[in-house]
Design a protein around this ligand. Sequence first.
Ligand code: SF4
Length: 220
Amino acid sequence: MKNLQIALALKQLYQMRANGYKYTNIKMPDGNKSLLNLAGSLESLCEQAKQCHLCELSKSRSKVLFGEGDSNADILFVGNAPNASDDATGKIFSGRAGEMLENMITKVLGISKNSVYYTNIVKCYPSQNRAILPIEADTCISYLHKQIENIKPKIVVTLGDEAYKYLTNSDIEISKIHGTPLKHNGYIIVPTFDLSFLLKNPSYKKDAFEDLIKIKSLLK
Ligand code: SF4
């Protein structure tokens, strides 16, 4: 949250300088009042994110990838960040990773891809698929919290270490907790593996399959 406050304070300073203020004339508001003022509905939140320049990732993106899918979904999948293919196509979880996820949803969970919702911890592509920085995740995560508040999923499936870490503030390795449901803020988090990791390490697909079976049982 501290990082978000810093990002918002910087944004305010840039805006005030653009309006002709000198930094020596600027009195900063108290910390609580400077928190990101987010739109209420999912649609207006999406519009707000499309105009967002709160962190450095706004410089490397070509599109803001807010999220897609059923806004009343019972399951919400959260990855780490859009990749180069997502940024180029404008589709979250595009390419081979997306195909694998679609197979997992349709063939293992037995539901349609359109009945779930997908998003990421950060909504903008980090150039060369670099790891996201804590300040970027902390700045962007308010959008995810608001998405969850709107969609009210029963289950949030985090894909990989980073997605779980930033949503729960826990550094535990995914290999130790994958498939273990965690009650969190009125929904259940089920951590599983990052899709690119599964593509590079197919031997872990069996573990991911078991995680999905657990998710299916939680949906009943
Ligand atoms: S990653 Fe999030 S906080 Fe950063 S510019 Fe994009 S939408 Fe804004």
